[in-house]
Design a protein around this ligand. Structure first.
Ligand SMILES: [Mg+2]
Ligand SMILES: [Zn+2]
Length: 170
């Protein structure tokens, strides 16, 4: 099974400064993200979302708020016939030293335990943060950065202007 590991905020739905998330009630899809997800599925990938949510333990939002936003996103995607295989989130604060906060590989390890049929060589990570790219590098998988503005020398790391550009690369 080949998997497209997607970041959530800033990649599929709009991201905000940490303090602003406290008052966000509905996810807003990033232009082109839904179409890109469709194309990725059409090309035979399963989609797993991997998202840092340190704003939970750092008390900008509650666990309920996190699930409220995620569930709305999933339901909207379902209406577009887009199935998300699974979602992993790290609720830990940045100073907690957990193994799941990106760029640590804990969330992908969890996915690998649950879905041993994942073929990492055919899989990739995409996100809008340096930590998403570092996660790809730490896992040794292909990585796509969206408008990150930092150059990486590693093979297998590609820079995109927007999420719309992904289908031409896969
Ligand atoms: Mg992001
Ligand atoms: Zn964590």
């Amino acid at each position: 099974m080949k998997v497209a590991f997607f970041d959530r905020d800033g990649t599929i739905i709009e991201d905000y400064p940490d303090h602003k998330w406290s008052s966000v009630e509905n996810p807003v899809f990033i232009e082109g993200a839904v179409n890109t997800l469709k194309e990725v599925i059409r090309k035979g990938y399963k989609i797993i979302i991997i998202t840092n949510q340190y704003i939970i333990n750092e008390e900008y939002i509650t666990m309920d708020q996190y699930h409220h936003i995620t569930n709305q996103m999933i339901n909207s995607l379902k209406r577009e016939n887009i199935e998300i295989l699974d979602i992993y989130f790290c609720p830990h604060g940045k100073s907690e030293g957990c193994n799941c906060i990106k760029p640590n590989i804990g969330m992908i390890e969890q996915a690998m335990r649950k879905y041993p049929e994942i073929n990492l060589e055919e899989s990739f990570m995409i996100g809008d943060s340096v930590d998403d790219i570092k996660l790809a590098i730490n896992m040794g998988i292909k990585g796509f950065g969206i408008d990150i503005g930092v150059e990486f020398q590693e093979d297998n790391i590609y820079q995109l202007k927007t999420v719309k550009d992904l289908p031409t690369y896969i």
